[in-house]
Design a protein around this ligand. Structure first.
Ligand SMILES: *[C@@H]1O[C@H](CO)[C@@H](O)[C@H](O)[C@H]1NC(C)=O
Ligand SMILES: *[C@@H]1O[C@H](CO)[C@@H](O)[C@H](O)[C@H]1NC(C)=O
Ligand SMILES: *[C@@H]1O[C@H](CO)[C@@H](O)[C@H](O)[C@H]1NC(C)=O
Length: 334
């Protein structure tokens, strides 16, 4: 009896899906890797068929925080390596990895499309929104990066990863990611602000829906704003604010108001340098980073060509020296 009910229900749900959109799942998992040392970042790629368009609509993590500290999914034009697994630490160290070759996640066209940390739940994009990958997209490969905190025992391997939810049906709203960041130096024993701002120059309406922050250990707070400039003065609207020491995943934005041409996107990181030496922005574990990722969708359009907004950072750049002549700059609230 139970079985019949189950079959009937399954048929019913298939019909429901057929009339809406058909979602398939791809198990994008590490191919039984052996994390042979602490603080290891490993990458594995998939090539997207260049003959079809696919839309990524959701991400279901298949990992636990006991093994994986975080996972990032990159879209790339070219992968960092042609191997099935490579060492892709963001924080490059000079020691040679005896087991895996070292390369960045992407060789070209890098963008983050998903981030997972500390047992975060699945991410499903808003209705009708998908990341276009494949034929008509600059994303020709997906690369999964897993950060393993601790070395595994000799006989244990790992297949953490993400179940990708995708469809071949065209989605009316394409997702995109915009990355704000800075260069610069944080003086010793100082709380410093690192700021960046850029005007949107393309005639597109972008709908923000999620943001993610990223710093290393000195980050205290990262804030994103959209600034609308008119005769009355600049109006700063909060997009998101997060302590980057919390899990660095995508969170909903504070304001989903559409962003238009001539609006300014801005980000500020508050960094607390507790060391007796200066710390610069850079790629090693001795350096820092100040990043804010903004995920958005556009209706019946392609995402922005403009994907980055980087400033020189302190001591050369602050918002009050920006080309955009920013006024009404918000006070720091920690
Ligand atoms: C990941 O998925 C595989 C196969 O679906 C499963 O065997 C494994 O236990 C999962 N791992 C985690 C950490 O959920
Ligand atoms: C991967 O292989 C292709 C084709 O042989 C080559 O053009 C490309 O440079 C290789 N990429 C890397 C990162 O070695
Ligand atoms: C910076 O770090 C010091 C030492 O841990 C702490 O006392 C101070 O409150 C921190 N300042 C900020 C703004 O986080």
């Amino acid at each position: 009896m139970d079985k019949i009910v189950f079959v009937a229900f399954a048929t019913f749900s298939c019909i429901l899906f057929a009339s809406a959109i058909e979602i398939d799942t791809y198990d994008f998992l590490m191919p039984n890797v052996w994390p042979h040392k602490d603080e290891l970042y490993l990458c594995t790629p998939i090539r997207i068929s260049p003959h079809s368009n696919y839309y990524l609509v959701g991400f279901e993590p298949n990992a636990t925080m006991h093994t994986a500290h975080h996972m990032l999914l990159y879209g790339c034009s070219e992968p960092g390596s042609n191997e099935s697994v490579w060492n892709c630490g963001e924080m490059q160290t000079n020691d040679i990895d005896a087991l895996y070759n070292t390369a960045s996640p992407c060789r070209s066209g890098s963008q983050v499309v998903y981030a997972w940390a500390r047992d975060a739940p699945s991410l499903h994009l808003p209705k009708d929104v998908g990341f276009l990958i494949g034929k008509d997209s600059p994303i020709k490969y997906l690369v999964l990066q897993v950060h393993y905190m601790h070395r595994f025992p000799e006989d244990k391997t790992d297949n953490s990863g993400v179940f990708l939810k995708y469809t071949k049906q065209s989605m009316p709203r394409q997702a995109g990611v915009f990355l704000l960041g800075t260069g610069g130096v944080i003086p010793p024993r100082k709380v410093e602000r690192m700021e960046t701002a850029c005007t949107i120059t393309e005639s597109k309406v972008i709908h923000p829906f999620a943001f993610r922050t990223h710093t290393h250990s000195l980050g205290v707070q990262v804030t994103g704003y959209v600034v609308r400039q008119d005769e009355v003065g600049d109006v700063w609207t909060l997009l998101g604010r997060k302590d980057p020491q919390l899990p660095q995943m995508f969170y909903p934005v504070a304001s989903t108001r559409p962003i238009e041409r001539d609006d300014v996107l801005a980000a500020r990181c508050i960094m607390n340098n507790t060391h007796d030496y200066a710390v610069k922005i850079g790629a090693t574990n001795k350096d820092e980073m100040c990043n804010l990722y903004l995920m958005y969708w556009v209706e019946n359009d392609s995402p922005l060509k403009q994907k980055y907004c980087f400033s020189a950072g302190p001591p050369h750049y602050y918002w009050n020296r920006a080309r955009e002549n920013l006024v009404n700059i918000p006070a720091i609230e920690i």
